[in-house]
Design a protein around this ligand. Structure first.
Ligand SMILES: Nc1ncnc2c1ncn2[C@@H]1O[C@H](COP(=O)(O)OP(=O)(O)OP(=O)(O)O)[C@@H](O)[C@H]1O
Length: 276
């Protein structure tokens, strides 16, 4: 019997005392990257979605605002390299500054610290046409090279899907949990399953699901119009044993704040607390 077969069925903890652990493929390798030596981050929360445009950045910034309003020091790491939207939401333009110690995140009007590829490009409107490994490398540098000084909550705005970048973030950063963002459409069940499955495989807790675009409120009669159909998020969330953190309507006031680049003014009343 090979050493590897003998090792099968071991618990992860038993690797520490196992004589065969070094040559065993079932041993979990820790691929975490060290943070910048000047960083101090208490909690890292990833915000993921199965497909684009469901409002992931909107939810990331809403969670960041919630924590900021509670008095926490908050950062947003914009890992959506090819579709960065966080700096603009906060009215941040121009380039990040650095020193020998590392790169300083930009400071938003509400004190939120932000790092995004847009703050490194000469022209923020130029497209990022890089291959996957380069993109993943940049995201890693947002953790290893950026000085996240005294941060209570660092929110990571992921690109949609379960590709290179979410994998890099889950493997390289000490992620405490993820929030899944969806919309009330047919594919939701499959999308949640994929995001949930990835987090589970990486041993990362799912903190909850946010449904966006749940309805729009008629400005005249107050009726809730379910543009994308009935929501099934409660059943889906229950089947995975995770909470629904909110069902957000399309809110024209909040959309306006995004357009006017003043998300630092926003309180999103539709999302529940996720304090860890
Ligand atoms: N509940 C909402 N009410 C009003 N506007 C919203 C709402 N949710 C999202 N939006 C707006 O819809 C657009 C898309 O949202 P957002 O950029 O957050 O999506 P995303 O999932 O991060 O997109 P991508 O996949 O491209 O990164 C943005 O302009 C955002 O401000």
């Amino acid at each position: 019997m090979s050493e590897e077969t003998k090792a099968q069925g071991c618990s992860e903890e038993s690797c520490a005392t196992c004589a065969h652990a070094d040559g065993c493929s079932s041993k979990k390798t820790d691929m975490r990257e060290p943070a910048n030596p000047y960083s101090s981050v208490k909690r890292v929360i990833g915000v993921v979605s199965g497909k684009g445009g469901v409002g992931k950045s909107f939810v990331t910034a809403s969670l960041a605002r919630m924590m900021r309003e509670k008095g926490y020091n908050v950062g947003i790491l914009d890992a959506d390299i090819t579709g960065p939207s966080i700096p603009k939401m906060y009215g941040i333009h121009g380039q990040a500054k650095g020193s020998e110690e590392g790169i300083f995140p930009a400071l938003a009007k509400d004190g939120t610290r932000i790092m995004s590829v847009n703050l490194l490009l000469d022209d923020e409107e130029a497209p990022v046409i890089w291959r996957g490994p380069i993109i993943a490398g940049v995201v890693k540098q947002f953790w290893t090279d950026v000085i996240w000084d005294d941060i209570d909550y660092l929110f990571v705005d992921m690109p949609p899907g379960t590709g290179d970048v979410p994998l890099t973030v889950f493997q390289s950063f000490p992620v405490d949990g993820i929030v899944i963002v969806t919309s009330p459409q047919d594919l939701v069940q499959m999308i949640v399953k994929k995001a949930y499955g990835m987090a589970k495989q990486m041993n990362i807790p799912v903190l909850g699901i946010v449904e966006n675009y749940s309805y729009v409120k008629c400005p005249d009669c107050g009726k809730e119009i379910k543009i994308f159909g009935e929501s099934h998020i409660d059943e889906i969330a229950e089947s995975y044993g995770v909470p629904v953190l909110g069902k957000m309507p399309i809110d024209t006031k909040m959309a306006e704040a995004v357009e006017e680049e003043r998300f630092y003014d926003i309180t999103n009343p539709y999302i529940k607390d996720i304090e860890l």
